[in-house]
Design a protein around this ligand. Structure first.
Ligand SMILES: Cc1ncc(COP(=O)(O)O)c(C=O)c1O
Ligand SMILES: [Zn+2]
Length: 422
């Protein structure tokens, strides 16, 4: 007798509104009407799948877990997932401290899971051009997976994009657009989505919602891998560098799912480490949703440089019984040097994990019996220089419609009207 297939739906993280599986990045319409930006995330019901075996050749370790992932046909895989969980010795921090090293992904960051999930889904839906707003890593990942899938990719970023990132994007065949202000990236993305039919991989609304639901959902595999490595025990805390909180939420949701499946018997508390205290302030002041933090200076930890946290992050921290802490560039560089001194070279934003562990110790949250996992989100390649992007890659926002109009881009794969509103 064949097992019944799982049933997939989309569910609002805040109000529980449930619809058919929805690929839009615009989130819950009911919550939007109340002024909240909240994603509709994929939710699976049906039979409990068996614990997975190694992946067949051709699809990387992440897709071992395909029975728990959004149906996406043949995955677009570059070998993502299966990253090491390594022990760190941190003087003054009690307990077992483990680093989940996402630098080991194909393009050097955890965004490869997001990109593999979202681009697989885009190809499955026969989407045309995929597009996103990115400070660097997500753009490189998306460009790589789009290239692997044979899809055109538009990456929208801001001046100051490190030159190695620009060079990687050019090599991967992506179109790079630079807008003067960070917020203009979203206007540009929205324009492309609404007028050119681009398939968005990231948010373009304010209040911010989340990245593509299938991509965020794929971050669950980080939790699956951690739990499996710990013989189906879970850490007390997971510490995550946070910007929009796609990773923070995805990892936590993965642990919640494992507990619901009965594969584990607890869910960790989540510590969000942010560059600007948007989430921290919302928690401390009991705000209904995170507010924007004013700051005009340069940010070196660009990957976590967003000034406004998401509702998704707030809900994740609250529901996990967790917390949030912010650290500035100087604190991040100090943590970065400390990690480097032990042989662990990470992107500046990833040093946030160490800042978080030190903060947990200072708050008395850790004992010798504690297990803490620090999510190290990226390798340092993209920050090798922090100078402005090369002239040749610059494309002013006003040219967006001409330089990226369908006539000047390679013909996308067959497109369907469904592209926009699946
Ligand atoms: C290296 C790195 N760490 C953390 C983040 C934050 O990710 P999220 O938006 O999922 O919170 C990013 C996002 O760009 C990143 O590139
Ligand atoms: Zn809602």
């Amino acid at each position: 007798m064949t097992e019944p297939a799982p049933i997939w739906a989309s569910r609002c993280l805040r109000c529980g509104h449930t619809t058919a599986l929805d690929d839009r990045v615009t989130g819950c319409e009911r919550c939007a009407a109340e002024g909240f930006g909240v994603p509709m995330m994929p939710s699976r019901s049906g039979p409990v799948p068996a614990k997975p075996r190694p992946a067949p050749a051709g699809s990387g370790p992440m897709w071992r877990w395909s029975s728990l992932l959004v149906p996406s046909g043949q995955p677009v895989s570059l070998g993502e997932g299966g990253t090491p969980l390594v022990e760190l010795r941190l003087p003054g921090v009690p307990g077992r401290i483990l680093l989940k090293d996402e630098a080991a992904n194909p393009t050097g960051s955890f965004k490869d899971r997001l990109a593999s999930g979202a681009v697989s889904r885009a190809r499955h839906l026969e989407a045309g051009t995929v597009a996103l707003a990115s400070s660097g890593n997500a753009g490189i990942s998306a460009a790589a997976y789009a290239a692997a899938a044979g899809l055109p990719c538009v990456v929208i970023s801001t001046p100051g994009l490190p030159e190695p990132t620009g060079a990687a994007l050019r090599a991967l065949g992506a179109t790079l657009l630079l807008t003067d202000q960070s917020a203009q990236r979203w206007t540009a993305l929205r324009t492309g989505v609404e007028r050119l039919g681009w398939h968005p991989l990231t948010n373009y609304l304010d209040p911010p919602v989340a990245s593509h639901p299938a991509g965020v959902h794929a971050y669950r595999t980080i939790a699956y891998e951690i739990a499996e490595s710990l013989d189906w025990r879970v850490p007390d805390w997971v510490v995550v560098p946070v910007s929009r909180g796609d990773g923070l939420y995805g990892v936590w949701a993965g642990f919640v799912e494992l507990a619901e499946l009965g594969w584990t018997d607890a869910v960790p508390r989540m510590l969000a480490v942010e560059r600007f205290p948007s989430l921290s302030a919302a928690l401390a002041d009991g705000l209904a949703q995170p507010a924007r933090v004013d700051y005009d200076g340069q940010v070196q930890a660009r990957s976590i440089g967003d000034r406004k946290a998401t509702m998704m992050s707030l809900l994740t921290v609250q529901r996990s019984g967790g917390s949030a802490v912010s650290c500035d560039d100087a604190q991040l560089w100090a943590a970065w040097r400390q990690l480097a001194a032990t042989g662990t070279l990470v992107e500046l934003a990833s040093a946030a994990g160490l800042c978080g562990a030190v903060e947990l110790a200072a708050r008395g949250e850790l004992t010798d019996r504690s297990t803490v996992v620090l999510l190290s989100t990226a390798a340092p390649y993209a920050q090798a220089t922090l100078g402005p992007a090369g002239e040749a890659s610059r494309c002013p926002i006003r040219q967006i419609l001409t330089c990226c109009s369908p006539s000047s881009r390679p013909e996308p794969r067959r497109r369907r009207a469904r592209d926009r509103t699946v």
